[in-house]
Design a protein around this ligand. Sequence first.
Ligand SMILES: NC(=O)c1ccc[n+]([C@@H]2O[C@H](COP(=O)([O-])OP(=O)(O)OC[C@H]3O[C@@H](n4cnc5c(N)ncnc54)[C@H](OP(=O)(O)O)[C@@H]3O)[C@@H](O)[C@H]2O)c1
Length: 223
Amino acid sequence: MKEKPFVFINVAASADGKISDESRKQVRISCKADMKRVDMLRATSDAVMVGIGTVLSDNPKLTVKAGDLIALRMKMGKSRQPLRVVVDSRCRIPLDAEVLSSEAETLIAVSQAADEEKVRLVAKKAEVVRLGKDKVDLLALMRHLRERGVEKLMVEGGATLNYAMLKEKLVDEVSIYYGSMIIGGNLSPTVVDGESFKIPLKLKLIEWKKLGEGLLARWKVIY
Ligand SMILES: NC(=O)c1ccc[n+]([C@@H]2O[C@H](COP(=O)([O-])OP(=O)(O)OC[C@H]3O[C@@H](n4cnc5c(N)ncnc54)[C@H](OP(=O)(O)O)[C@@H]3O)[C@@H](O)[C@H]2O)c1
């Protein structure tokens, strides 16, 4: 059995590579055609993962929206919705977060740093796994997901989780939808934040096309 799922990052960025502005609140970058594509990507994935920063900023539901795509999943013998995964070392997730809704299963990955009592409360709404001492051990999480039957994992940000996943060499592909806009701001999160890579990561362009009013590009990551 493989050690980890096939992992791809999917984000929407402005032409200048920002995924939000300095308020870190959600900025509408995608167009209708891109949102349809994202729904399809979720529908064909076994799990969809975000960092706690994204949950706190955007409060996403992370579910497949289109009824025909849900039907397609079920025809393929999959669950109605992909598993939702949140990387949240200290278990900061609000108990009323949309990602804890009953529409889909959710797994919260925490570390030893998480408060026992908060974990107990969250565990009433989601599966909680403790992996790692301070931060969540991402390689251990990938192994856990693979053992749980996740073969294809979609990572939907944000900037910090994207960086950590790439740094740990856990990402196979990166897809970026560039909306036709400039956000600017040196404090605005970008596709990949964290520290710069001493040697830039190499990518191989697999696909690029006009989509709606923007541009979609997909790369394979070469480690
Ligand atoms: N345009 C798009 O497609 C898109 C998509 C998603 C998000 N966004 C934007 O991105 C921003 C949020 O990004 P963000 O960077 O603040 O947050 P993030 O990447 O969603 O979450 C980062 C957090 O994950 C936790 N974490 C746990 N273990 C980790 C590990 N091993 N490595 C790295 N992080 C780990 C850390 O918090 P703890 O230490 O507390 O666990 C860390 O601060 C928002 O502005 C949102 O709107 C945009």
